[in-house]
Design a protein around this ligand. Structure first.
Ligand code: XUL
Ligand code: MN
Length: 344
């Protein structure tokens, strides 16, 4: 049953990690880049998501960059994989301490835009037309630090500069309300959607929705996705789970709230998301306690959870749901859904 789905699964190399956190050093050995790429097919994944500097260091000159990207392309294609997106990592470099597109320093803003254009060049070399912008540091620790009205305009300008740099590239905004910043300027999918229609080419700007990010904003991921699906703007997802309003946990999909995960899968099924070309990205982290030998289990388990929930979603009796809705029998509907989740 599961094998018949047209879903394509992806993740980023950062999802195989050493377990280091702000309070402690690595607990697992670093896995070499090439070895990570070799894990994908073994785990039943189809494509790779990259940050620009996952592909090659940000400091390389153009010739060295072209050569390095060609090597990664060979490696990825050699494994029968494709590249889903490139995301410029605009939150680690010394020039992005105070934000990237919204930094108060004009030089730092220029760096962020140049770095984003370079990410587009890398995407092109890899045969990929998606750029993901997670606006990590576009916000503040204190309200007074930046002019918030100017900041919104600067984000639009940065998106426009990228649309202008390449007439084929698509920009996918991945919104998150906080972390690393106290408050993000565009905290939700809705904020970015409101803004994308004011860019130079709205047809090439969409969203990637991450479950944990919606939950952190107090929103239900399936409703966030439904909103973007109605607009035909849901171009990718990062499925995972999150235990309440705290730091971004990136837990295994469905591990906290099975019903929430079921509703997420149901909305993707209902919209025939896979047919529109969208991938099922899994942005999940292994627990810090995980041993080296088990360091990819969270990825395999997340994919398996998704597929099992597809089966559950497909087994739902649509007529029964409609009858409950018509009769306003939401108690009955709820009990039916709970039974489905218990495979009863
Ligand atoms: C951060 C996050 C990132 C993006 C890619 O919370 O989700 O890993 O998905 O930059
Ligand atoms: Mn993500």
């Amino acid at each position: 049953m599961a094998a018949k789905t047209a879903y394509r699964f992806t993740f980023g190399p950062w999802n195989i990690s050493t377990g280091a956190d702000p309070f402690g050093p690595p607990v697992r050995e670093e896995v070499a880049f090439a070895a990570k790429i070799r894990e994908y097919k073994k785990l039943g994944f189809d494509g790779v998501q990259f940050h620009d500097d996952d592909v090659c260091p940000a400091e390389l000159d153009h010739a060295a960059m072209t050569k390095a990207v060609a090597e990664v392309k060979k490696m990825v294609e050699g494994e029968g994989l494709f590249v889903e997106f490139i995301a410029p990592r605009l939150w680690e470099h010394p020039r992005t301490i105070d934000g990237a597109y919204t930094a108060n320093s004009a030089e730092d803003r220029k760096y962020a835009i140049e770095r984003s254009k370079r990410a587009i060049d890398i995407a092109n070399l890899l045969g990929c037309r998606n750029i993901v912008l997670w606006l990590a540091r576009e916000g503040t620790y204190i309200r007074e630090a930046k002019d918030p009205i100017t900041a919104v305009g600067r984000i639009v300008d940065a998106v426009n500069a990228q649309l202008e740099h390449d007439k084929n590239i698509r920009i996918l905004g991945e919104m998150k309300p906080n972390e690393p910043m106290d408050q993000a300027y565009l905290p939700t999918v809705g904020h970015f959607m409101g803004l994308l229609y004011r860019t130079a080419d709205p047809s090439r700007v969409g969203v990637l929705i991450e479950s944990a990010h919606s939950i952190l904003a107090g929103l239900d991921p399936s409703d966030d996705m439904a909103f973007a699906l109605w607009h035909k703007k849901l171009w990718s997802v990062h499925l995972n789970d999150q235990n309440g309003l705290k730091y971004d946990q990136d837990k295994t999909f469905g591990s906290v709230d099975l019903r929430r995960a079921f509703n997420t899968v149901s909305v993707l099924e209902r919209a025939n998301y896979a047919a529109s070309g969208g991938c099922i990205g899994l942005d999940v982290k292994a627990m810090r306690t995980t041993k080296q030998a088990d360091q990819t289990k969270h990825l395999a388990n997340s994919k398996e959870m998704f597929l099992r929930l597809v089966e559950v979603a497909r087994s739902v009796d649509v007529k029964k749901v409609e009858e409950c809705r018509a009769a306003r029998d939401y108690e009955g509907l709820e009990f039916y859904v709970l039974g489905k989740l218990m495979r009863q």
